[in-house]
Design a protein around this ligand. Structure first.
Ligand SMILES: Nc1ncnc2c1ncn2[C@@H]1O[C@H](COP(=O)(O)OP(=O)(O)OP(=O)(O)O)[C@@H](O)[C@H]1O
Ligand SMILES: [Mg+2]
Length: 467
């Protein structure tokens, strides 16, 4: 904000003059108008940083001016000046979004103070806006790499779906880019200037997740030392991203459903209903329809959150994208030092099945960049199991690399490293087995393993296990 300018509007010329005199003396630049319609024209042509307006004026009153001003510039702070007799209308103006009000009998100091505060708020709002613009370019669709027909279809759908207010469900295996797509939906939506609030439904125990989502009142439970608004409130006007929604405990499914139907919530331990205005984008790698049929997921909630469904194809179904992504990640992790693949390495990457999808490819390229000795990635820099699929058949001939395949070659390592590798392989196969046995349900699998959901989830991600 170069030099802030203040627009002063009052039908009494004396009032306008004295305000302008005080503010100019304090070093501010002022524009003035005694006719509210002229003020409107100035708002449009001059784009001031602060509006100081009388409330009661003939033809167009201050409240109407305030509304029009916010249509032009939602971040414009507005201070209304009001006679004591109309303090109620001043309060109404605050509810309409005015920054503050001043009684007609204000002193020069009072005026100076409230103007300084309003301009500070303006500066913050502009900084936030810049930040958001930057975020928007960081999280827009241009960052989702892919030229395959399968992904072109996804992009089309994202653009169309983003424009609507409909709740969106993003489906896809682990590592296919669900979160990236959720952010792109937000960045392309009319809510882009507001917050994008991610909530991981799988990583917290039920009661913590509940107070995270809905907030709590002071004293609602031991440890609730102060009132805390929930993320549904914090996301007001913006997008709430419910990651791993398939793992939402049943009690919270019911509570969330009610919140979405009534657009109101009650904090934990609270009695008042609070209005919430959120658009919900959810993601899961589980088959929610099947979970619904099995009674593990509430059917009404399923239809609420799944107005539009975006299905991300697994990486091996995106013709040509492995090469594209491999080069993009090379640019990111090669740091200019490593900048090519030799033919054998690229052939291996393209032949591999990528069960961990884009995340796995990203990890493999990052590792290869660290290992590469020259400026080119060769087969030596790729893990055995990636080479296995194309260049050489897997040990047991299974589609997914077997335990034996993972253990092959560990004799080249020191005992400690080899042990770490064996443990990791065993841990991964144990977790996978448990997940399969529990139909992909993380909570149930964690329970069976005797560890908490958060730890289980972290391990599943670490080993890139698919449910
Ligand atoms: N099309 C893509 N272009 C560029 N990067 C991508 C793409 N898809 C995924 N990624 C990257 O891969 C990683 C995994 O993506 P993301 O976290 O969105 O996946 P996910 O589907 O949410 O996985 P999970 O189910 O395990 O949570 C991220 O680092 C993301 O930036
Ligand atoms: Mg994710």
């Amino acid at each position: 904000m170069a030099e802030p300018r203040i627009l002063i509007v009052d039908d009494e010329p004396d009032m306008v003059d004295s305000c302008a005199r005080i503010l100019r003396r304090a070093g501010h630049r002022c524009l003035t108008a005694t006719d509210p319609r002229r003020a409107l024209a100035l708002l449009e042509s001059e784009r001031p940083d602060l509006l100081l307006t009388d409330l009661k004026m003939p033809e167009l009153d201050g409240l109407a001016l305030l509304r029009r001003a916010h249509e032009l510039d939602p971040a414009l702070p507005v201070i209304v000046i009001t006679a004591f007799a109309t303090i109620e209308s001043a309060v109404a103006a605050i509810k309409e979004g005015a920054f503050d009000y001043l009684p007609k009998t204000f002193s020069a100091d009072q005026l100076g103070l409230v103007v300084e505060r309003a301009l500070r708020q303006r500066r913050l709002a502009l900084e936030n806006r810049n930040l958001r613009d930057q975020l928007q370019t960081t999280f827009g669709l241009e960052n989702v790499i892919g030229r395959s027909p399968a992904m072109a279809q996804v992009f089309e759908l994202v653009k169309k779906a983003a424009r609507s207010e409909a709740n969106i469900l993003v489906l896809g295996e682990s590592g296919t880019g669900k979160e990236l797509i959720a952010r792109a939906v937000h960045a392309n939506s009319p809510r882009a200037a507001q917050a994008f609030i991610p909530v991981d439904c799988a990583s917290l125990p039920e009661n913590l997740l509940e107070s995270e989502l809905f907030g709590h009142e002071k004293g609602a439970f031991t440890g609730a030392v102060r009132t805390k608004p929930g993320l549904m409130e914090v996301a007001g006007g913006g997008t709430l991203f419910l990651d791993e929604i398939g793992d939402l405990p049943v009690n919270l499914q019911v509570k969330l459903l009610r919140a979405l139907q009534e657009r109101q919530i009650r904090r934990v331990g609270g009695t008042t209903l609070i209005d919430v205005d959120v658009r919900v984008v959810s993601a899961t790698n589980r088959d929610l329809r099947e979970a619904t049929a099995k009674g593990q997921f509430r059917e009404e909630l399923y239809y609420r959150v799944n107005v539009i469904e975006i299905r991300l194809p697994p990486l091996h179904e995106r013709a040509g994208d492995v090469r594209l992504l491999a080069h993009a990640f090379l640019k990111r992790y090669g740091q200019g030092r490593v900048h090519a693949y030799d033919d054998v390495a690229m052939t291996a990457l393209e032949a591999y099945a990528w069960p961990g999808n884009v995340r796995e490819l990203q990890n493999v390229v990052e590792r290869a960049c660290a290992l590469a000795e020259g400026d080119t990635i060769t087969r030596r820099d790729l893990p055995d199991h990636v080479l296995g699929s194309g260049a050489r058949p897997a040990v047991s001939g299974a589609a997914t690399p077997s335990v034996e395949a993972h253990l092959a070659g560990t004799t080249e390592l020191g005992l400690k490293e080899a042990k770490d590798r064996w443990m990791a392989v065993l841990e991964a196969s144990y977790l996978k087995e448990l997940l399969d046995r529990n139909g992909g349900n993380i909570s149930a699998a964690a329970k069976a393993a005797g560890i908490d959901r958060k730890t289980f989830h972290r391990l599943v991600n670490k080993h890139q296990i698919r449910g």
